[in-house]
Every structure is written in C-alpha cells, then in structure tokens.
Design a binder for this molecule. Sequence first.
Ligand code: G3P
Ligand code: CA
Length: 242
Amino acid sequence: MTQIFAHRGYSAAYAENTMSAFLAAEKAGADGLELDVQLTRDGEAVVIHDEKLDRTTSGSGFVKDHSYKEIRLFNANKKSTKKEPIPSLTEVLEWLKTTKLICNIELKNGIFPYEGMEEKVIGLVQKYDLSDRIIISSFNHYSIVNCVRMAPEIETAPLFLESIYMPWIYSQSIRAKGIHPKHSTITDDLITATMENGIAVRPYTVNREVDMRRLFKINCSAFITDDPAKAVKIKKKYEKRP
Ligand code: G3P
Ligand code: CA
C-alpha cells in the first residue's frame, strides 16, 4: 500500500524541518519523513530547506556562512516565541533510530555544490546503521551518482521538476532505485510503467484530497505530503477495500 512521507515533517501544522514537525509526523502515522539538508561553514549537516536562514528562522544570511554553533542560536520556529533550534542531521538520525520511520534525506546541493556533503551524510547514516531506512534524493543528479558510488547499499532517487521520457531507463542508468517527480507532471500510466520496471515512484508535494486519492487508487509506491494526518485518514478508506 502507498506509503506516506511527511514533507519537512508535519509541515502543514508545525514549523517545517523541526523536531516538533518530525515527532508530530510519526504521531500522525506517517510511514516516513522527508527533510532537507544544507552544510554549515564548518561542515555540519543541518536540516533546513533554504540556502538562506531568513524565511524560516530568526537568523539571516546563508547557512554556509555560519558555524554550527552560530546556527544553533537561531529560532527555526520563527512564528512562535517557543524557541526551537535548527536540527542537526545527527540529532534527527539519533531520534529516527528509536522509531520505525523511513527517512528521505534531500541533499540541497543544487545551488551550492557543498563539498563533502555526500560523505558527511552517508557517514552519519552508516554511523547510525540506518542504511536500510534511508532514501537519498537530490535535484543534483551528479550528486546521486556520487552517493551510489560511495554507498550502493543506500537507496537513492533523483528529483524531477518536469516530466521525462521513460524515467525508469534514466533511473536505472544512474543506478537509482526510485524517482521523486513533481506530482502534477506524471501521469498514472507513467507511474505504473515505472513501478512495473522495478523503480519506486514517490511524487511530491501532494496536499489535495483528489491527488492523494488518485495515487492510492493506482497503488503508487509512496507520496510526499505536508499533511500526513489527512493522508492517513484517506488511506484508511482504501485499505478497507478488497
Ligand atoms: O523532496 C520533494 C520536495 O521536497 C522537493 O522540493 O523544494 O520542497 O524541497 P522542495
Ligand atoms: Ca525537500
């Protein structure tokens, strides 16, 4: 049955990419998390979507220009007085280990090709012995190839903004086991054909009921949503069917 991945955690109700959002996603019954990783000036992997701190935190400027120690001073729950730090990937994986969740780590190395990012992330995944519960994705497909070369045991999935011809051929050519397409760019037939060719399909970001239903109906491998609670509720109706 289609798995539900919480996009930046339960970001429809909690500050994105925070421990609160991840904990709430688990509580809501998500099968997995999706999170974004950037690197600090001193090479720490931190969980934040944008290259800049400004939109989601009390800080400003680029993540890459701050040390990890500086980064930890900012509030990742900008809209609230209840302060939450920007999580380190270490912190998330340490907690993940105590759960059964799958985790899709998106390497945000499309704009800044952070040197050493793949090594850092793979090193942590291996340290916490989580290789069988992690999927590494990126819009930077050269980085996906680097990851496959470094750690073929960890699943990878290229991200797509646009439709491509026979995505399973492309995916197989870079030895990725899945694809993460923008949901509105992929048809039911293309999803089914990709899955029949042994490649998992996890469209993003699926928030409308009608879009969730279409993916449950064709038993798509998974989808990525801001609202895992809503997805879990809808999924129940499909599980009951013979
Ligand atoms: O991983 C799917 C999705 O998160 C990719 O886009 O911009 O939300 O990171 P974005
Ligand atoms: Ca993402």
